[in-house]
Every structure is written in C-alpha cells, then in structure tokens.
Ligand binder design. Structure first.
Ligand SMILES: Cc1ncc(COP(=O)(O)O)c(C=O)c1O
Length: 460
C-alpha cells in the first residue's frame, strides 16, 4: 500500500519552489543575483499576470543560448537538460532552423489560412512520413493546448458524441476545456469546461494500490468509468503516452493495447497526446505509442516539433478529418515562419536519426540515474524512456511518501551547479530530465556529473 491517497496535492511544473537555493559554493547568480535579473523579475511581477511564475527563488533570466548551453544576463553558463520543457528538440538556436526561419521571414511572414501556404503543405507532408499507419491529415495550430482542443473537436464531430475519457494525473493545457481534461487539482481552472469529461485511473504502477504493475486494475477502472460515468457512448479516450507533468508516468507494456480495445468496443476513438513524448524522445521510435503497437485514430503534437517556435499539430486519418468542414480559420496556425521552423526541425531530426540517438543517450542517462538509487534513500523510483527520464523523490521509501521539499532543494541545488532540470509530479516531487535530442555523450556525462553534485548538496 502507498500513501498516495493522503498525499497533499500540490502540483508543480513551473512555480518557484520555496527554499530551493539553500547552500552554495562558487555560485553567483542565485546567491548574489544581479540587479538586472532582480529588476526584470520585479517588472515581470508588475506587468505580467501572476500565473506567469518562473522557477527558483531568484528566477533565471536567460539571455542567449546554443545547443544545450544557455547563458543568463549575468554571463553564467548553464547546461540545459530540460530544453524549455522538452521543446528545443534539436538544440537552442539550431543553425538549420535559424536559416530556414530567416529565409522565410525575408520572403513572406504571414498569410493566414485564407490562402494556400506552401510551407504548411510541406510540413504536413514531412510529418506524414513519420506518423504511424494511415495518419496523414494535419491541422496546425499555435500550441499544444490548441492541438488538444482540435483533437477533441474532431473526435466529437466525427462520432457525433460528446463524452471524453481522459486519465487522472494528466496534463492537457490551460484553456477552459483542456484544463478540465487535466486531472491535477492545481492546474485546473476553478470554473466551467468540464462537461462530458471523465477520468479513469492513471496507469501509475509505482503508486498502484495493489502494489504491483498488473494492468488489470487500470483496465477494470477504465471499463467501470465508462460504464458508470458516461452514457456508454464515449467520443474518445484521450491519453499521453507517458504522462509528462505527472512525473513521467510510463504505463505497463500491455496497457495501451488493452485500453484501445476497451474504448473501441464502446465505439470511441483513441486520441494519443505526444506533446512531450513525440519526435523520437522515447528512443527507437518516432512516437511513444509505437512502443506499444497501437495505431491511434488521432495524434496530438507540439513542443519539440518546431524547436521552440509555436506549433501544435493534430494528425488523423482523412475520413476522420472529413468530419470538420468548418467554417473555421486560424490567423496564425500554419503560418509561414512557424512552418519553416517545423520543416527544418523535422529535417534535422530525420537526418540525425533522433530516435536512435535518444535511445543511446537515454541509456546513458538512465544508467547514471539508476546508480543514485542505492546512494540516496530518498530516491523512490527512477523511470522513463529514452531522453525522458524522471526521479521520484520520497521521504520514506517503504511508504512512498512524496517529498516535494527535497525536489525543490534539488532543483535549486542543480541551478547552483549550473544545471537546468525540471520538476513535476502530483505533489511537485518528481525531477524531470528531457534535454535536446542532439545532446552528445560528453554533454550527457557533464550533465550527470553536475546532477550528482546537486544530489550531494540536496542530501541531508
Ligand atoms: C502532454 C501535454 N499536452 C498538452 C500540453 C499543452 O501544450 P502548450 O503548453 O503548448 O499549450 C502540454 C504542455 O505542457 C503537455 O505536456
């Protein structure tokens, strides 16, 4: 038994952890922040909505970057193992992406969907080369949130049904609908948007009440949720392949096959969110779902698709897309500049065979993280796939008590070591790592060295 039920739900992906910068040697920016960084943080608080909340007690103000390295306004250099939330997939300021964007901007920067945009067609064709099976029809948007919205609208239009079965602990975005598909209290807007959305148990084996990694519990719950909280006619099942914000929750091997069978037996579509896990990040395959041999009906992508340029994509089979005839427009969706970035990023990813690279570097990263489990009793589990690896921190290994304070301390300690990592988990107690897919073996080695040093600081 775990005490997951009693854990205080305190979600954390981006909020500044308190007490995160304790202890330092040789550090400058977090102990003696520059007046410029302080002034900018103060101005951010004055002029931006309060939800725009950066990491760290002394927020980091980045000024320039290259590959996996970023510099702050102070001139300090950091090794970035979080890539702006798994987004700079081919490294900061990748020259091929920069060239493509500069060239496009000098030709034409904006069209809107009222005109045929060549770059949009090229990007969709490039995407269709790597998407599984029959998935080849794409709708481009400006963010993951909007890509999820489009997927849900498509499923509802195609099936003529309304209800969506999502998973607990999921994160789907910040709009009214997607914040309610999200099933972590802190990320949900406190009003509207939840009609027709139900949630089945997350396949979170580490905190499974049965104490094992059997899939039955999760599948039984999925069936029960459909049978008891829907009309029995769901439009779709919606799931991330690896639940990212939840702390890289990887389902058991047969989960998706069985879940897809269940949902399809009720006539629903299978929508898979690859916003975090897509584009080779999980190693060996282009998309996470390919590890489990399921061909989704609709896929959602964003983040790594354009190396930081704002692009979301919803991809499906032609006969499903057919259901959405419009009228509908997107002023910026599929715009020439974002599409140039997406095409160039996809070209680099294909040329560099990022699934193979992520597999190799992921094994290196995983071996390094696994070696820490014997050293620190506060490491409950190391998990993930490829270059998406997480470390769940607990204050009591036997009881699996989430330890958000240690996670905050470790995040701050990593900054002291000039290392950028991320945080997640339903209690903000999971460390998340997800660097550029082009990270080299030497850079990974350096990252691990800094992570070990950060763990030493955060110990005790
Ligand atoms: C799995 C998943 N889906 C959707 C989103 C929403 O993407 P965006 O922040 O681009 O709107 C996110 C963002 O973190 C995500 O992790």
């Amino acid at each position: 038994m775990t005490d997951v039920q009693t854990a205080k739900p305190e979600v954390d992906e981006t909020p500044a952890p308190s007490g995160s910068n304790g202890g330092s040697s040789g550090a400058t920016s977090s102990t003696t922040p520059s007046s410029r960084a302080q002034a900018l943080a103060a101005e951010q608080a004055e002029y931006l909505f309060p939800w725009v909340r950066p990491y760290y007690e002394q927020p980091l103000v980045m000024s320039d970057a290259e590959g996996v390295w970023v510099r702050d306004v102070e001139g300090d250099e950091y090794l970035d193992l979080f890539a702006g939330i798994l987004t700079t997939s081919v490294g900061h300021c990748n020259p091929a992406v920069l060239d493509a964007v500069r060239t496009q901007m000098a030709r034409i920067g904006h069209t809107s969907t009222l005109y045929v945009t060549e770059g949009q067609i090229e990007a969709a064709k490039s995407l269709a080369e790597i998407t599984p099976g029959e998935l080849k029809t794409t709708c481009f948007t400006n963010s993951g949130t909007e890509a999820v919205e489009s997927a849900i609208a498509t499923a509802r239009l195609h099936t003529g049904r309304h209800e969506i079965v999502a998973l607990r602990l999921s994160y789907s975005g910040r709009s009214s609908l997607t914040s309610h598909m999200t099933a972590q209290k802190g990320w949900r807007l406190p009003f509207g948007g939840s009609a027709g959305i139900v949630h089945a148990r997350s396949p979170y084996t580490y905190r499974s009440p049965t104490g094992d990694d059997s899939t039955d519990l999760f599948i039984d719950d999925l069936v029960e949720v459909i049978e008891t909280t829907t009309s029995g006619k769901p439009a779709a099942f919606f799931a991330e392949t690896i639940q990212g914000v939840a702390g890289y929750v990887v389902p058991p091997a047969d989960y998706f096959q069985r879940a897809a069978e269940v949902v399809r037996s009720f006539g629903g579509l299978v929508i898979i969110d690859e916003v975090q896990a897509g584009f080779g990040r999980t190693g060996k395959h282009w998309f996470g779902i390919e590890h489990w041999g399921v061909e989704p009906d609709i896929m959602v992508m964003a983040k790594g698709i354009a190396n930081g340029f704002p692009v979301g994509a919803t991809v499906t089979r032609p006969e499903i897309a057919e259901a959405w005839q419009g009228p509908s427009i997107s002023t910026y969706g599929g715009n020439p500049i974002s599409m140039a970035a997406a095409r160039a990023t996809l070209d680099v990813m294909k040329r560099e065979d990022v699934p193979t690279r992520a597999d190799a570097r992921g094994q290196q990263l995983r071996a390094g993280l696994d070696s820490l489990r014997d050293r620190y009793s506060w490491i409950g589990e190391v998990r993930g796939m490829g270059l998406m690896q997480g470390v769940e921190l607990v204050s009591d290994r036997a009881r699996k008590t989430p330890d958000p304070d240690r996670a905050a301390a470790l995040l701050g300690a990593a900054k002291e070591e000039r290392l950028l990592i991320g945080r997640g988990g339903s209690n903000g107690h999971v460390i998340r790592i997800g660097p550029s897919l082009l990270i080299t073996a030497e850079e990974m080695e350096e990252g691990l060295k800094r992570f070990y040093a950060a763990c030493e600081r955060a110990d005790g």
